[in-house]
Design a binder for this molecule. Structure first.
Ligand SMILES: Nc1nc2c(ncn2[C@@H]2O[C@H](COP(=O)(O)OP(=O)(O)O)[C@@H](O)[C@H]2O)c(=O)[nH]1
Ligand SMILES: [Mg+2]
Length: 273
């Protein structure tokens, strides 16, 4: 104890220091998020916020979805406060950014709950929320209720709340797990189980959220369509058929660009996948 400090004074000081450390970390996090948001506006990649309690497997899942070797799963408070973003590809090769959000903590000091929620407000700028649950946790049902109630209090756009992808993680630890919730996906982030289905679900919801479609169009290589598509949409694949001077082009295109395409090239053959 030293220098005449009582035990209570020491304890208070330690608590204050810990609180300050958490506050600083939260502030840093908030600034990082604002930066991410600005970057995202520039590059226009859809953003997927990965949420859930600490230890539910968020970092492991993002690692599995993006193949990032640098991501280290950890069971620690300060791993929780370190926010990161990683790019991953969906089945149609569309790139998305997964944001590893701050985890919900069972023992978050009461007076920090507000700062914590403020940090989560940035979730409003994402295109989709993935809610990761550790379905082997004894309080998994309570945890889900807490996450949903915090999300509801954030005044998020309703399409974000209505499109949440619920991941039931760690199913490798239970025998023949089957979610009772209709829209939940059973996954083992650690063993790579259920990830293809999850990616498909994320893609479907991202397309809806961003108002985009995936199309294959049959074009004449001598016409202006191909360069138009390169400019106005995201070209994914070009399959050239040399004998008839045509190509099949797979694109991700916004509804408005698609409307313009149909007006400009009324006779083109379009396949919607
Ligand atoms: N058995 C099992 N363990 C998992 C799974 N996903 C994550 N874990 C483990 O759970 C712990 C917490 O994972 P982490 O990704 O750091 O959780 P986060 O706090 O939500 O980011 C780590 O020890 C992971 O290895 C899973 O699908 N199955
Ligand atoms: Mg983590």
């Amino acid at each position: 104890m030293g220098s005449g400090e009582t035990f209570l004074e020491t304890q208070n000081r330690v608590l204050k220091e810990r609180e300050l450390k958490i506050r600083n970390a939260l502030e840093k996090l908030r600034r990082k998020r604002a930066l991410l948001r600005a970057q995202r506006r520039k590059c226009e990649f859809p953003i997927v916020s990965v949420m859930g309690y600490t230890n539910s497997g968020k970092t492991t899942l993002i690692k599995a979805l993006t193949g990032e070797a640098g991501l280290q799963p950890r069971d620690q408070l300060f791993a929780t406060l370190d926010i990161t973003a990683h790019a991953g590809y969906l089945p149609s090769h569309m790139a998305v950014i997964y944001v590893d959000t701050i985890g919900f903590l069972t023992d978050l000091p009461h007076n920090l709950v507000e700062s914590f929620s403020a940090t989560l407000e940035e979730v409003a700028y994402s295109d989709l929320i993935v809610h990761v649950r550790d379905i082997t946790h004894p309080e998994t049902i309570l945890q889900k209720a807490t996450v949903l109630s915090v999300l509801r209090n954030l005044n998020l756009p309703s399409h974000l709340l209505d499109s949440i992808v619920e991941v039931h993680n760690k199913v490798d630890l239970t025998e023949r797990y089957k979610p009772t919730e209709e829209n939940a996906l059973a996954v083992s982030a650690l063993h790579g189980y259920g990830l293809e289905e999850l990616k498909q679900e994320i893609e479907k919801k991202i397309l809806t959220a961003t108002g985009k479609k995936i199309l294959t169009v049959n074009i004449n290589l001598e016409g202006p369509q191909l360069s138009w598509l390169y400019k106005e949409a995201t070209v994914q694949e070009v399959e050239v058929m040399p004998e008839d001077g045509r190509a099949r082009v797979k694109v991700i295109i916004s509804s408005s660009a698609f409307g313009r395409y149909k007006n400009l090239f009324p006779n083109s053959e379009i396949f919607i996948s």
